[in-house]
Design a protein around this ligand. Structure first.
Ligand SMILES: *[C@@H]1O[C@H](CO)[C@@H](O)[C@H](O)[C@H]1NC(C)=O
Ligand SMILES: *[C@@H]1O[C@H](CO)[C@@H](O)[C@H](O)[C@H]1NC(C)=O
Ligand SMILES: *[C@@H]1O[C@H](CO)[C@@H](O)[C@H](O)[C@H]1NC(C)=O
Ligand SMILES: *[C@@H]1O[C@H](CO)[C@@H](O)[C@H](O)[C@H]1NC(C)=O
Ligand SMILES: *[C@@H]1O[C@H](CO)[C@@H](O)[C@H](O)[C@H]1NC(C)=O
Ligand SMILES: [Cu+2]
Length: 341
């Protein structure tokens, strides 16, 4: 069971070390891809194994070389933080985050003996778009203190204009999470400076941004360029976007996952982005012939009339893994990636 993943790890390292072009010959094979599931489909044993693996990753020494990253969990957050200005509102947004989440999944498996797949959180199952003040989503299994990621932070009333430049209303937390496996001192967010994990649940954002109708609209897009644009929509709180649901519904103004650069400091980030990747995968399944071979959208954020990404556009995730082309990352069992849903 462990041999194939070890083999893949070594092959990926060799590929990166020799900077070989990503020809089919150099791409490792994908055998027995882990099958990703929604959090509530996991057994108690599987949930515990996942949460334990995350805590394990946070005990392994950092390798990213980024100042402030203490452990391997921080490494991922720090790489995302460094690249934040280049990976959002661009054509490669969803593909960069796919590679990033898959690399984290691989680290849990190769470095922390996790044998499962990266789970995802389908927030559209929890949202109540007709009832903006509902807190039902926050009773979801992902937020359980035992065999979940814990709940809200304690309430902090004061939000300075610097902390809240967009005047977002409705934050119900903001302090350190009160329960679950990621409370201090069991877990710290080290990057960029040592802090507790914070959450700031905002019901109206959760209920409106995670609306199943918005997911349907994203899935209904006819080509990659329009899909990529629909999944991010515009950076506004007047118009919902599904990407913002997990970030601002859970992170609000003061929470870790609501911070654009440092959102991967909340372990729930990977279940949120796992779900966005699941949406992308489902969209691809509707027309694989085309959608394993099509990308588009701006290289520079919001530059909708400028240069667009192409299949050979290369992304990097620092020292977390080798560089990869967008083409390499469209097929989740192509070898550079190895997982399925
Ligand atoms: C990966 O991409 C980065 C950024 O474009 C570049 O600096 C680096 O040299 C690349 N690494 C390899 C091994 O090609
Ligand atoms: C937020 O509120 C402050 C103070 O009332 C105001 O100056 C600022 O323009 C508001 N910002 C936005 C984005 O509405
Ligand atoms: C899906 O897209 C088609 C046109 O491409 C449109 O007519 C239809 O209303 C859309 N459906 C949804 C649910 O957005
Ligand atoms: C990039 O794609 C957009 C949308 O398809 C298109 O309008 C634009 O002309 C393209 N840019 C270039 C330089 O071709
Ligand atoms: C994904 O790549 C693998 C390895 O090359 C290949 O066997 C598989 O058919 C590809 N998937 C699809 C849907 O084409
Ligand atoms: Cu991001």
């Amino acid at each position: 069971m462990h041999l194939p993943s070890l083999f893949l790890g070594v092959s990926a390292l060799l590929t990166a070390a020799t900077a070989a072009p990503a020809t089919t010959a150099s791409v490792p094979k994908c055998r027995n891809p882990p099958k990703r599931q929604e959090w509530r489909q996991l057994s108690q044993t599987q949930k515990k194994a996942y949460l334990d693996a995350v805590l394990c990753l946070a005990t392994k020494k950092a390798k990213s070389g980024i100042a402030g990253a203490v452990n391997r969990f921080d490494d991922h957050q720090a790489v995302h933080s460094n690249q934040t200005p280049n990976i959002h509102w661009v054509g490669h947004f969803i593909i960069w985050h796919r590679y990033f989440t898959a690399t984290y999944e691989k680290a849990l498996r190769n470095e922390c003996a996790y044998t499962g797949a990266q789970p995802y959180w389908d927030w559209s199952l929890d949202a109540e778009p007709q009832n903006p003040t509902s807190t039902r989503a926050f009773d979801s299994e992902v937020f359980q203190p035992y065999l979940g990621f814990g709940g809200n932070g304690h309430f902090i009333a004061e939000r300075t204009p610097e902390q809240n430049p967009l005047n977002i209303t409705g934050g119900t937390g903001g302090g350190c999470v009160k329960n679950g496996p990621f409370v201090t001192p069991a877990f710290y967010v080290n990057y960029p400076t040592k802090d507790c994990l914070r959450r700031d649940f905002i019901p109206w954002i959760m209920n409106s941004f995670a609306d199943p109708k918005l997911v349907q609209n994203v899935l209904n897009q006819s080509d990659y360029t329009s899909f990529a644009r629909a999944i991010e929509n515009i950076p506004s709180f007047d118009e919902p976007n599904i990407h913002g649901s997990g970030h601002f519904g859970v992170g609000g103004v003061l929470g870790t996952i609501g911070n654009a650069a440092n959102s991967p400091g909340d372990p729930l980030f990977y279940l949120h982005h796992g779900n966005l990747d699941h949406v992308f995968w489902q969209w691809q399944q509707k027309d694989l012939t085309t959608r394993l071979n099509q990308v588009g959208g701006p290289i520079i954020p919001f530059d909708y009339s400028g240069q667009n990404v192409t299949l050979d556009f290369e992304i990097n995730i620092g020292k977390l893994a080798g560089n990869a082309t967008l083409k390499d990352l469209l097929n989740t069992t192509g070898g550079t990636l190895c997982y399925t849903y």
